[in-house]
Design a protein around this ligand. Structure first.
Ligand code: CA
Length: 223
């Protein structure tokens, strides 16, 4: 999962980026409304944290522009204290959630997780596909009730696939959603990670769809 953090305060921006990276997300950042608007349009994010008070172009205008262009990504806005009218303007512009500054980072992390799973159509933090169970709250994985230890990269990959189970996910899409902007992307490494992930899971839930990518689906009963 890949997140855009838009915040002009460099300290808060760094804290947000660090906290979200620690949660296993690929994170890009922008410090003004113009850069944010551009990144939101050209990069495929799974969620966006958007401060409303921004230089060059304010957050509400940026959000309106994205929504007018059909961008559906969940957006959590950050608003100044006691500015209830800002929250209303933010929701009217298409925000999905908000936090008022100052906020607890843990609350932001929890809200982002919830936004991402709801956007993928999952109401519960536990997402299952056949024998595989991912607890997106605790970032843990089990197969048939047995815990499986995954590296950060393997977890990112599995998390994206299971959020989008039963649909075809191309290598390009995977690459775009598990690496940030600055990462030296090579879609061949995806195949290596998928191979390792299959071996660790030990069940046949990640299918290769020739020429198109991968599809995660429950294993079929063998005849
Ligand atoms: Ca600000």
């Amino acid at each position: 999962m890949r997140i855009l953090v838009v915040e002009d305060d460099p300290n808060l921006r760094r804290q947000l980026v660090d906290a979200l990276r620690a949660d296993g997300y690929a994170v890009d950042q922008a410090a003004d409304g113009e850069e944010a608007e551009y990144l939101g349009e050209v990069e495929p994010y799974d969620a966006i944290v958007l401060d409303l008070g921004l230089p060059i172009k304010d957050g509400v205008s940026v959000l309106k522009h994205w929504r007018a262009g059909g961008l559906k990504v969940p957006v959590l806005i950050l608003t100044a204290r006691d500015q209830w009218s800002e929250k209303v303007a933010g929701f009217d512009a298409g925000a999905d959630d908000y936090l008022t500054k100052p906020f607890q980072m843990e609350e932001l992390q929890a809200r982002i997780k919830a936004l991402i799973r709801r956007a993928a159509g999952h109401a519960s933090p536990i997402i299952e596909c056949g024998a595989v169970r991912v607890d997106t709250g605790a970032a843990t994985v089990s197969v048939n009730g047995q815990p499986v230890n995954l590296t950060g990269h393997e977890y990112k990959l599995l998390s994206y696939l299971i959020h989008h189970a039963n649909t075809i996910v191309s290598r390009t899409e995977l690459t775009e959603h598990i690496y940030d902007q600055d990462f030296d992307r090579d879609s061949n490494t995806i195949e290596v990670f998928v191979g390792r992930l299959r071996k660790k899971l030990g069940v046949d839930v990640i299918k290769t769809v020739r020429g198109l990518g991968y599809r995660m689906e429950p294993e079929r009963e063998s005849a």
